[in-house]
Write a protein that binds this ligand. Structure first.
Ligand code: G4F
Length: 342
């Protein structure tokens, strides 16, 4: 029997990779995407185009986590075997400016989906996209046993969703899990996140379109992995016999400065000549260091990331240099984002 999955946030980096993965595994994939007046489906456009084919297994539904009734009717219509909740405003910096919105989208939205799932009686397995941002002030290495001490409205909202997912599992016997994912990047990463902002800037500077990129705190430590490997981990978590929350991370530590230096170096550029400080990119409070211990995930679901930091940097820089070559006009028309837009 063909398995059916519902993915919220399907138009994002992770949603698009997960949709592709599940399609290769033979699933029928239903994605929930916010209704907007301009096109917001570029990452899944290649899947949507197949909708008219008789063997199409990818379906896009409009709606979002602010509408519980819509979620209930969609669950009753699709009757998925697995639900992946990836929807949220995932840019941490923005959550300080719009804290209520962060709570709505990343926190209450998850509970609306859980409640709709419970009321629907569909009995699907549920994956909640948790985040290492929930660890906040706790020093690394962080694992499943590390207390949650968020330091941003986004982290706090994710922690709320984390505990509600746990509550639904324990209260109603739902097969519901939290994946606690450390930073994971790719050429599909949104341009506001520091890795993609830098690799895109490297391509533009190398091509002579810009001279500088403006950044905030270069001292923050992160654990950067490769997104396609992380969606594989999400799927594996839902295949386990027993529901269990797991950390997905590489365990490799690097500062933002390390990422910047490696990215410029790969393009034959000296980063110190091209990076400038802009205090607008500082956050009211910083999460200083996130480095995960994913040994439990390896033990329980056999998940181990292959792509390490240096390779990730190369993949992203090469992809942006290629994109600039092939979509030159498009890139020239789309300069680096001004600070007020980040
Ligand atoms: O790329 P970032 O914006 O990612 P951040 O804040 O670590 O959050 C990402 O990872 C989380 C998992 O840990 C996810 F939950 C979350 O949704 C998101 O995917 O910033 C990384 C670091 C920060 O310390 C930030 O202060 O880079 C620093 N930084 C320095 N200059 C900058 C910039 N970040 C951004 N976005 N832009 C800058 O110009």
């Amino acid at each position: 029997m063909t398995k059916r999955a519902l993915i919220t946030g399907v138009t994002g980096q992770d949603g698009s990779y997960l949709a592709e993965l599940l399609l290769t595994k033979g699933y029928e994939v239903h994605g929930l995407a916010r209704r907007t007046s301009s096109v917001n489906t570029s990452r899944v456009a290649h899947l949507v185009e197949d909708t008219h084919a008789p063997d199409c297994r990818f379906f896009l539904h409009r709606g979002d986590l602010s509408d519980g009734g819509r979620l209930l009717s969609l669950l009753q219509q699709v009757r998925p075997d697995e639900v992946y909740n990836l929807a949220a405003e995932s840019y941490v910096g923005a959550s300080f400016e719009e804290p209520e919105h962060a709570g709505e989208a990343a926190g209450v939205g998850a509970v609306r989906l859980l409640e709709a799932l419970r009321m629907s009686g569909v009995g699907a397995r549920f994956y909640q996209a948790g985040s290492s941002e929930m660890y906040g002030a706790e020093p690394p290495p962080q694992s499943e046993d590390t207390p949650l001490r968020p330091r941003s409205p986004y982290g706090a909202a994710k922690a709320y969703a984390h505990w509600l997912t746990t509550t639904y599992r324990e209260s109603y016997g739902m097969h519901a899990v939290n994946g606690i994912l450390f930073n994971h990047e790719s050429p599909r990463r949104g341009e506001v996140f520091v890795t993609r902002k830098v690799t895109r800037a490297v391509a533009r500077i190398q091509a002579g379109l810009d001279d500088f990129v403006y950044l905030g705190n270069l001292d923050a430590v992160r654990d950067w992995g490769y997104a396609p490997e992380y969606v594989e981990g999400m799927w594996r978590m839902l295949q386990a016999d027993e529901p269990e929350d797991l950390v997905l991370a590489t365990g490799e530590r690097a500062t933002v400065r390390d990422f910047v230096a490696a990215a410029f170096d790969h393009a034959g550029l000296d980063w110190e000549k091209h990076v400038r400080f802009d205090e607008r990119y500082l956050r009211p409070v910083e999460v200083d260091a996130l480095v995960g211990d994913a040994s439990r995930a390896e033990q329980r679901i056999g998940w181990k990331p292959e792509v390490r930091f240096a390779e990730l940097v190369r993949i992203m820089v090469d992809a942006d240099i290629e994109a600039l070559k092939h979509e030159g006009r498009h890139w020239i028309d789309r300069p680096q984002l001004p600070a007020w837009q980040d």
